[in-house]
Design a protein around this ligand. Structure first.
Ligand code: AMP
Length: 320
């Protein structure tokens, strides 16, 4: 299938690369690494990476403006469903390719390359580039590395032999400056660390192991952080003995909604998130609701999932 994708890349003179709304480093890295690689392989092609950016990720190359294209191919990375693609003119392309590592939701592309066991969309782009004549140079390697490291949270999640083999290859071939790359991704303002302390102090933990915290707009203002940064802190609460699923509920006053971030080290949570205008991976999901009552219902369902999970684990241990 990777060879098929390469053939289509070779065929189209105009290629637009998009990804999901709510940009994150892996989505951005996978589209930018692919753009850079195609441009270096085929300098005469018009290749653009589109979508709303974020000042937080200014260490990546810049995105392009969304324009109207003719006879173009659309490649969408890191996005399972059509409604979450960050593009306005989806229907105007001649050919569609999906490259994704989320659990399957729906088919909408002519070629769909999906591996939900892959660590990241960036790892899939590495596979595509390394198994075809697409160029892999220092710049492309750096972007792919950033994507893989971010999405695995420094190889804590979803990293398998293919992930480590890809990263080993990148390090072997290119003299990547790891301290510099890590500081790009992991440097954060003291305000955020202080909010992390607040979450640690105030997170409610149910008897079933559900950790939850509501971060109101007032709290964000007090700590001087925005809703995106508040939600990102979810990633810093894994491996707490008493907590198996944890959720942050953050008020997004600007968009008049409530942003929910969920992580799990036991029960599968994406099916629950899907019921609340959300989705994601089995153990890392997000949702958007419009009231605290709705958020409370989601919290209740997550708590029930923890309960069922604990009972199942209890049965398994008893039968050992
Ligand atoms: P986050 O908590 O925002 O880092 O998201 C974790 C995972 O859930 C990512 O794979 C996101 O793409 C996915 N996700 C987050 N929010 C939503 C949503 N509203 N709908 C579907 N998937 C989402």
């Amino acid at each position: 299938m990777l060879k098929e994708i390469y053939k289509k890349i070779k065929k189209f003179d105009t290629i637009v690369i998009a990804r999901h709304i709510g940009v994150d480093p892996d989505a951005l890295a996978s589209q930018l690494a692919l753009r850079e690689s195609i441009k270096k392989t085929f300098p005469n092609k018009n290749v653009v990476a589109v979508g709303t950016g974020s000042a937080k990720f200014s260490y990546f190359p810049k995105l392009d403006k969304i324009e109207e294209y003719q006879n173009a191919m659309l490649i969408v990375v890191d996005t399972p469903d059509k409604k979450r693609i960050d593009i306005t003119n989806f229907d105007t392309f001649d050919y569609y390719i999906k490259i994704d590592h989320h659990p399957y939701i729906e088919e909408w592309a002519d070629i769909e390359y999906i591996d939900d066991k892959a660590s990241s969309a960036s790892e899939l782009i590495y596979r595509l580039i390394s198994s075809t004549p697409l160029v892999l140079d220092y710049e492309v390697a750096k972007i792919i590395f950033l994507g893989i490291v971010s999405d695995t949270n420094r190889f804590l999640f979803n990293s398998n032999t293919k992930t480590f083999a890809a990263v080993a290859k990148l390090l072997e071939e290119f003299d990547l400056n790891l301290p510099e790359l890590y500081s790009n991704i992991f440097m954060r303002p003291l305000n955020e660390v202080r909010l992390q302390g607040y979450i640690a102090q105030n997170m409610k933990v149910s008897e079933n192991g559900l950790g939850s915290i509501k971060i109101t707009n007032d709290i964000m203002t007090k700590f001087g952080v925005d809703v995106g940064s508040a939600g990102n802190l979810i990633n810093n609460f894994n491996y707490i003995e008493e907590v198996i699923v944890w959720v942050t509920v953050s008020e997004d006053v600007k968009n008049n909604l409530i942003k929910i971030n969920i992580r799990s080290r036991g029960p599968v949570i994406n099916h629950i998130a899907e019921k609340y205008n959300g989705g994601g991976h089995h153990f890392a999901s997000g949702a958007r609701v419009t009231s605290m009552e709705e958020a409370d219902c989601l919290i209740e369902e997550l708590d029930e999932a923890c309960k069922v999970y604990l009972e199942k684990m209890g049965d398994i241990n008893e039968n050992k």
